[in-house]
Design a protein around this ligand. Structure first.
Ligand code: FAD
Length: 213
């Protein structure tokens, strides 16, 4: 059996108005390998199997990340896992209110059942909740951001209150649904924004130095 995720890329990357399906030759593993190759060609480094356990701060700004005993220094950090994972990492550096908002987007089993019933009724108009004898929710952690009513108001900004830390996740692409093409799009956007912000900062720092501020 072939994994569906390995097979197709939703195609708004190709045409603006309609969604098309495309097969990535070699599957998404080939995409990751080719990205790694390109990053290394450009002088970058890709490190895998290194879960980040801690963000390092200096004067209210992120200056690196720590994985096990290894520290990586950085001018800026982009976090891409699920918002709940990011909440754990930023917790020591931001207000409780901010982390609470990152963790907010979740659903209980009962909420999920209630959420699905109207859609089942739309598909099968005769369907009645009395038909449900038992229900079981299958879960894979952080596989899908859950879009609830007024979701657009809950979406966190890419810039965070922790200076130098940016967030680019599938929970921020609403009204689109998760997809590798959106991950690529968001990666490009956040990369450009980060470079622009770092250049602005460097220019203003060098102006300050010149004027001895
Ligand atoms: C079951 C399923 C099927 C899918 N099928 C398709 C499909 O067919 N076509 C399609 O286009 N899209 C599909 N998607 C969606 C697609 O997988 C996502 O949209 C895409 O992977 C998002 O990319 P991302 O880089 O934003 O996040 P991710 O791919 O989730 O990358 C985040 C990475 O962060 C890592 N991470 C987490 N915590 C830490 C930490 N503390 N330190 C370091 N790293 C960490 C994770 O291990 C992960 O590798 C599917 C998703 C699922 C769940």
């Amino acid at each position: 059996m072939l994994g569906r995720a390995d097979l197709w890329v939703k195609g708004r990357a190709y045409r603006k108005d309609t969604e098309q399906l495309a097969h990535y030759r070699g599957g998404f593993a080939a995409l990751a390998d080719q990205l790694k190759e390109y990053i290394e060609l450009k002088g970058g480094q890709v490190i895998t199997d290194a879960p980040i356990k801690e963000l390092i701060a200096n004067a209210g700004q992120v200056v690196g990340v720590r994985s096990g005993d290894i520290t990586f220094h950085a001018d800026a950090v982009i976090a891409t896992p699920a918002l709940a994972i990011i909440a754990n990492l930023v917790e020591p550096h931001v207000s409780a209110d901010y982390t609470q908002r990152l963790r907010r987007i979740r659903m209980s089993d009962e909420d999920l059942l209630e959420y699905t019933i109207p859609y089942l009724q739309e598909m099968f108009p005769a369907f009645h909740r009395n038909w449900i004898l038992k229900y079981h929710i299958w879960k894979a952690h952080y596989s899908q951001p859950i879009v609830e009513r007024r979701y657009s108001r809950l979406i966190p900004k890419k810039e965070t209150p922790f200076q130098g830390l940016y967030i680019a996740t599938m929970a921020q692409i609403y009204p689109e649904d998760r997809g590798t093409n959106y991950a690529v799009r968001e990666g490009r956007l956040i990369g450009k924004r980060l470079i622009a912000n770092i250049s602005k900062k460097t220019i203003s720092e060098s102006l300050c130095e010149r004027h001895d501020v």
